[in-house]
Write a protein that binds this ligand. Structure first.
Ligand code: SAH
Length: 209
């Protein structure tokens, strides 16, 4: 139930559902998603569903992870990426396999500690995990070529866009009752915004957990 074959089957399904970056699919074929959820849920880790990870939070649906990461990769190569909302660390691991440097911030310290353990066990070494409120980004470690927000905000703080490097992309679910996935690209002439589709994320909250 947690074998390479189940992982391959999930990736085949994702590829049928949506146009996705082949590099992302390769990485998702390799990363053991079942290690990021509690053992009782491991048998469902390769279904295309989000799952509870405790503290009222969820691990994102695999299709969502694949779509957001594909949208982030589109464009010039990414050197440093900020993820806001580490959760269990699965999306973090996907990013770390594709980008030289990943910074990820999580407001619930227990989740950050759990993610740190799994990433260490998987020998992922290019991730800096930070505990704190990322709703205004993390300027101290910026600027970033990419920012990926894995929790939904009604509006995005302007400070987030200031941390984007030239050609940088920010992918985020935006909205409160109805959410849409959006990509903002920083170009020489300003911010370019695209709507990528509907989304269902836990809310981005202010302050530490
Ligand atoms: N990236 C995860 C998804 C986690 S769910 C995955 O791979 O599946 C979203 C996470 O965002 C939750 O863990 C939640 O605690 C966190 N979060 C919400 N608001 C936040 C904030 N302001 N700063 C940092 N993390 C936040």
């Amino acid at each position: 139930m947690t074998s390479q074959r189940t992982r391959d089957r999930l990736v085949e399904l994702l590829a049928q559902l949506s146009p996705l970056d082949a590099r992302v699919l390769d990485v998702m074929r390799q990363i053991p998603r079942h290690l990021f959820v509690e053992e009782a849920l491991a048998s469902r880790a390769y279904d295309n569903v989000s799952l509870p990870i405790g503290h009222g939070q969820t691990i994102s649906q695999p299709l969502t992870v694949a779509q957001m990461t594909s949208a982030l990769l589109q464009g010039p190569p990414l050197r440093r990426v900020l993820e806001i909302g580490t959760g269990c660390g699965y999306q973090t691991a996907v990013l770390a396999a594709l980008v030289p440097e990943v910074v990820s911030i999580e407001r619930i310290s227990a989740l950050a500690a759990q993610a740190r353990r799994v990433l260490r066990d998987l020998r992922v070494r290019n991730v800096a995990l930070v505990v704190g409120d990322g709703s205004h980004g993390l300027p101290a470690k910026g600027p970033y070529d990419g920012i990926l927000i894995t929790a939904a905000a009604a509006t995005l703080a302007p400070a987030l866009f200031e941390q984007l490097a030239e050609d940088g992309r920010l992918i985020a679910p935006v909205g409160s009752s109805e959410q849409a996935l959006r990509r903002f690209t920083r170009t020489a002439s300003g911010l370019h915004e695209e709507r990528l589709g509907a989304a269902h994320f836990v809310p981005l909250r202010r302050g530490r957990g």
